[in-house]
Design a protein around this ligand. Structure first.
Ligand SMILES: [Zn+2]
Length: 344
């Protein structure tokens, strides 16, 4: 169901002001606005995890994560059109090397999706309304191919478009699928169950977002499309050297100033950039979603210098933060397009 969101600049300013004044009013600001219904602001216990276990997949017990309803767009460049395909999840599910855009050495392939760890049998949900265009084995090798690296998979073509582009989502390594080609599905409908079919080292959902452009399906980073958890934000940007070139496979660290928890981030493999599989607006080479709102230290070694900056992450939106080899970390405006209507 397509819902136009009318967010005036005054409303945006009022919400931003209340976010700055006190983090506590954020949830009520959202629930009273037209942004979407927020049913519960209870924080999952995964929020209190220690920094030592951050790189372990599925180390925490399942938690129900409360997320903003889709579609959500806090500012005109956001496009949170998709709902999480797994409800019970570990918020801090993935390590630096299992995100989008990293070269997986074990399998010799570039990772063009997001790995969501979950126990076998966990229900997999449709991210948005649409039509099933593939269900079964052989998404890569051709229908029926049991040796397909994606295993048992589902692909949905969504009703909602973005900037006129058709959006697809892909769900792989399933144990079981409940839908067949041609079925209409709705947001949140159970379409299958988590498994470990295909090339996988353990049970998880491999999840992809693709947009159709000039007849080609281009992968996109799902972390820029999935509605964030309540009171959490997304950070993206460009990490570039002093000559203006993107730094590939470069690592940096974010540390929460409130909890001390840290996240290690790797920038994309260069192929993501050369195949135009980053966002045309953000032109990013890294994304990290589901960060609890608050102040973070961004830290990175570059050219023998340890650069650090303290930057505030706002909830429910994309925070755009670059590293420039001559100036360090800074917030800035994305290099992309002019204002566009996010739903059309
Ligand atoms: Zn994967």
């Amino acid at each position: 169901m397509i819902r136009k969101i009318n967010l005036t600049m005054q409303m945006l300013a009022a919400i931003l002001l209340s976010v700055i004044l006190t983090g506590a009013v954020v949830t009520s600001a959202f629930s009273q606005s037209s942004l979407g219904h927020v049913s519960d602001s209870t924080k999952p216990s995964a929020l209190i995890g220690s920094s030592s276990d951050q790189n372990q997949i599925s180390s925490a017990s399942p938690n129900y994560v409360v997320r903003y309803d889709t579609p959500l767009a806090f500012t005109h460049q956001d496009h949170f059109l998709l709902a999480q395909p797994i409800l019970y999840e570990n918020l801090f599910w993935t390590s630096a090397d299992y995100r989008y855009g990293y070269f997986v050495k074990e399998f010799g392939t570039l990772h063009r999706g997001l790995d969501l760890p979950a126990i076998e049998g966990t229900p997999v949900l449709a991210s948005a309304d649409g039509e099933v265009v593939f269900s079964g084995y052989g998404l890569v090798y051709g229908p029926g191919a049991k040796n397909d690296p994606y295993g048992l998979s589902i692909k949905i073509r969504h009703t909602l478009k973005h900037d006129g582009h058709t959006i697809y989502t892909v769900y792989s390594h399933l144990e079981y699928t409940k839908v067949k080609v041609g079925d209409r599905v709705e947001t949140g409908q159970i379409i299958g169950r988590v498994g470990m079919t295909g090339k996988t080292s353990g049970p998880h959902l491999h999840y992809e977002v693709r947009i159709l452009e000039n007849g080609c399906q281009l992968h996109q980073n799902p972390e820029l499309w999935l509605a964030p958890a309540v009171d959490h934000g997304i950070v993206t940007g460009r990490i570039i050297n002093r000559y203006g070139y993107l730094l590939n496979g470069w690592k940096f660290i974010l540390t929460s100033q409130e909890t001390g928890r840290y996240w290690v981030i790797s920038t994309y493999d260069p192929d993501i950039i050369s195949y135009h599989e980053n966002d045309p607006y953000f032109q990013e080479n890294y994304v990290l979603s589901d960060l609890p709102a608050g102040a973070y230290e961004f830290a990175m070694w570059y050219n023998g210098v340890h650069y650090t900056s303290i930057i505030e992450i706002l909830p429910g939106t994309v925070n755009y933060i670059n590293f420039n080899g001559t100036r360090g970390f800074e917030t800035s405006d994305p290099p992309g397009s002019t204002e566009t209507d996010f739903l059309n």
